[in-house]
Write a protein that binds this ligand. Sequence first.
Ligand code: B12
Length: 369
Amino acid sequence: MHGAGVAVHEAKCPTVWGCSANHGDATLANMDLTEGRSDRHLGTQLGVVTALLDGDASLAFHQVLDLLSAGTPFDEILFDVLVPIQTDVGRRWVEGDYGIGDEHAVSAALETVVALLAGSFDQPEDGTHIVISAAEGDTHSLPSKVIAAYLTFRGFRVTNLGATLPAEELQESLELHRPAALILTCTMAGNLPGARQCIAAAHRAGVPVVAGGRGFGSDDRRARRLGADAWLSNPRLLDGLLGRWEPKIEEAEAAAADLDEANLSDRWADVGAIAEAVASAHDLTKTQLAALRIDVNMFVATLDASILVEDSQPLIEVADWHRAYVVAGDRPSTTDSILNQLTEVLGAVDPRVVPHVAGALEGTGAQPG
Ligand code: B12
């Protein structure tokens, strides 16, 4: 049926190259359900987020159980009730409405709720075995927890390796578990080089990879360039894909054969010099200096990602996000200083830096979200 080479969606088929068959669920691929907030659950969501802000995971869990016993499908609870709460927390954090403490309280309590839900399903002995992990360096572990809960509910045997696992360790785990697939999540584009290390490690272990998450953007190009065997934005389509795909690891890996990493993040002295130069141009408090160092690391990592996937979009998006973030929260406007210093300090190290930074300086003026 589906010939050689797998995985990126075409107009009619969301997952398999060159397939002209019309699979009923193709349209779903174009709807990002994770963003969907169905007002139907607004009342419960407000109750849940209030409980989460207090760190009361038990109260939030029981509110969710009420929805379940009222017949609300499990995937709707995960993707239309709980996930939009996190997206909203992110927006309110950017706008200075929530502090980092609020985000941490909600994230930690929500992790408990998702763990309680996932733990209430037995893992079938004969279920298809799936391993899930966040990209190397990505500390966002909730996406893999939520997707692990969903796939367990759908009858898969799931091993969740969580966040920030080094690629070599991932390879060992995959050689031990020998799963049918690795589900790889990447939340920030700056972790795409880490995602590439994970894809290569999985392929060395003979395991095909389904990639997804905000870091991979809204289409398949980044995942394909990094050698992934499949890309999806919507986790609800995972079991359909896993039920019918025929991954060809060699072909997927061939797409990444000529990748040329810049590894600018490894140039610690240069990264430090960029932060020093920006700090000297702005009157920053101690807390703002600490935030600046994280921001400079994020910009250099995202520049590495743009060079790796030969696409300025990751750096443009992070610059747009940062500009809106500093304005929304009345923070020091360091975005363009950081960008100019990237060219100043790293332009001579790797000429590919200059055009990407130029694109980000122009920016698109898009709002964070
Ligand atoms: C919670 C959170 C954190 C927590 C994570 C806690 C945890 N245990 O996971 C912590 C505090 C660790 C954190 C750290 C940081 N964060 Co943060 N974080 C968030 C926040 C608020 C929510 C993310 C989340 O959990 N969403 C819930 C998950 C389940 O939803 P999701 O990611 O959308 O995933 C869904 C889909 O994408 C899809 N999907 C995801 N993966 C996959 C994979 C496959 C195969 C498939 C099919 C589908 C799929 O399905 C998922 C479920 O529906 C976001 C805001 C936001 N809007 O997302 C910021 C956000 C991602 N963080 C951000 C930043 C900047 C940071 C920091 C740099 C902050 C700092 N200064 O330190 C650090 C970076 C650390 C690092 N190196 O990774 C920015 C990124 C900006 C950018 N453009 O890149 C965001 C967008 C902030 C914002 N509000 O705008 N963060």
